[in-house]
Design a protein around this ligand. Structure first.
Ligand SMILES: Nc1ncnc2c1ncn2[C@@H]1O[C@H](COP(=O)(O)OP(=O)(O)OP(=O)(O)O)[C@@H](O)[C@H]1O
Length: 399
């Protein structure tokens, strides 16, 4: 099978070049795999161009050894979507080498946990390509396609983006927006925590419309630890369901239960894995209106709720404990409370969503797709839909 090796020398702590030259390429050669092309990226967007060019010269299914974070994989997938689609179904299987900052896809497929006898190394996916791990089929990945109807007539107006990890608005999109400016001084995940502190008191004004997968929208019921049909579509005709803001947190994931090795924000992706098909995404929402101690959108109430948000996000680092949190009768957050108290986190599984920001709220117009930050046009919306079919491509990861 044709083999391409691509690595991004500047992602994460900038170690990919040394790791590829000293470890990855020698290991491939030792096992009789001689790459058709080895390419170090030289600029933003380069990885996508390299893959599209390679596919023109290589017939049939291809393997790609990719040394990067999630953002470079995102660029490749977007470049495939922008390129003319193949006439026959094209299979692309990635061996991921986690060299980036967050490496959400890799750390979800090869998780670290207290119970791991031997923590995963950076070579697990490559070992599967080489047949050194116990045999398992490559895992097809679900993609989330976000489209932005544009009022702009500019030729280069960006109309869509595709995520293999996360699509978000609200706090998470603001964090990714602000953290990019901190990359030079904070190359590790601490830049996300600094940006979170800068944005934690903000609320985002929008309406979310949940879109069914097939005819189903599901909501997590923490009292039974199962998904149950979302009430508004239990009627005969399934239709969209609206959730009104303000929102503190709104995020959806495909494929991943975590955004960093220990930040398990969508834990049900692995504890209650979605059956396929149809393709679905998991949505995690935190809204201040569910907290009875929040009376108004005042500075003091936003500060009060910021503390609750930090508690929720902190619990995500404790193996996804936030999905079990509830408000007790005095409005304080407790864990594993009985069914009668209200969940702090709303957790949905469905086919997609629409985010319709209020025009006056500038920050509510930001959307993050795997680290790329885009903006909803005034009076417009973003629509995100899960799929396993990207044009003529079938994309998998060696696990
Ligand atoms: N030679 C290069 N010089 C500058 N930027 C580059 C180069 N090669 C790739 N890039 C850009 O580097 C950016 C960061 O890459 P990537 O997202 O993979 O890593 P990361 O942000 O460190 O990790 P993660 O996405 O997992 O948090 C990408 O936007 C990519 O376009």
């Amino acid at each position: 099978m044709p083999l391409l090796v691509v690595y991004n020398p500047v992602c994460g702590h900038g170690t990919a070049r040394t790791f590829f030259q000293e470890t990855v390429i020698p290991l491939l050669q030792e096992h009789g795999h001689h790459p058709d092309k080895i390419q170090e990226t030289t600029h933003e967007g380069h990885a996508g161009d390299v893959v599209v060019e390679f596919l023109k010269s290589a017939a049939g299914p291809v393997s790609i050894v990719l040394g990067s974070g999630d953002g470079t994989l995102h660029e490749i997938i977007c470049a495939l979507h922008a390129a003319p689609s193949p006439e026959s179904r094209r299979k692309i299987t990635f061996a991921l080498i986690p060299c980036g900052t967050a490496n959400a896809l890799y750390s979800s497929f090869f998780p670290s946990s207290a119970s791991n006898q031997a923590p995963p190394t950076k070579l697990e996916s490559l070992h599967s390509l080489l047949g050194l791990n116990s045999p398992s089929a490559p895992r097809p990945i679900t993609l989330a396609i976000t489209t932005f109807p544009s009022s702009s007539t500019a030729v280069d107006a960006k109309r869509s983006s595709i995520s293999a990890v996360v699509t978000s608005t609200a706090l998470h999109a603001s964090i990714l927006h602000d953290s990019e400016a901190l990359r030079a001084t904070h190359p590790g995940i601490e830049r996300f925590k600094i940006a979170a502190q800068q944005n934690i008191t903000r609320w985002y004004h929008a309406t979310v419309r949940l879109l069914p997968a097939g005819d189903s929208i599901q909501v997590y019921d923490r009292s039974t630890d199962t998904f149950v049909p979302y009430p508004q579509v239990a009627s005969e005709v399934a239709g969209p369901a609206d959730i009104h803001g303000p929102f503190a947190y709104f995020l959806s994931t495909v494929n991943v239960d975590r955004l960093e090795p220990l930040f398990r924000i969508a834990p049900l992706q692995t504890s209650l894995p979605p059956p396929l098909p149809p393709a679905t995404l998991d949505i995690v929402i935190v809204r201040p209106s569910r907290d009875k101690l929040v009376k108004a959108e005042s500075t003091s109430d936003r500060e009060l709720f910021a503390g609750k948000c930090m508690t929720v996000l902190g619990a995500a680092y404790r193996d996804g404990a936030h999905v079990k949190m509830a408000y007790d009768s005095s409005g304080e957050i407790v864990e594993d409370e009985g069914a009668e108290s209200g969940s702090v986190v709303e957790y949905y599984r469905c086919g997609g969503w629409e985010w319709i920001p209020e025009e006056a709220d500038d920050h509510a117009h930001l959307v993050c797709a795997d680290g790329e930050v885009l903006r909803v046009d005034p009076k417009s919306k973003a629509t995100c839909v899960a799929t396993q079919n990207l044009d003529g491509y079938s994309i998998s990861v060696y696990i």
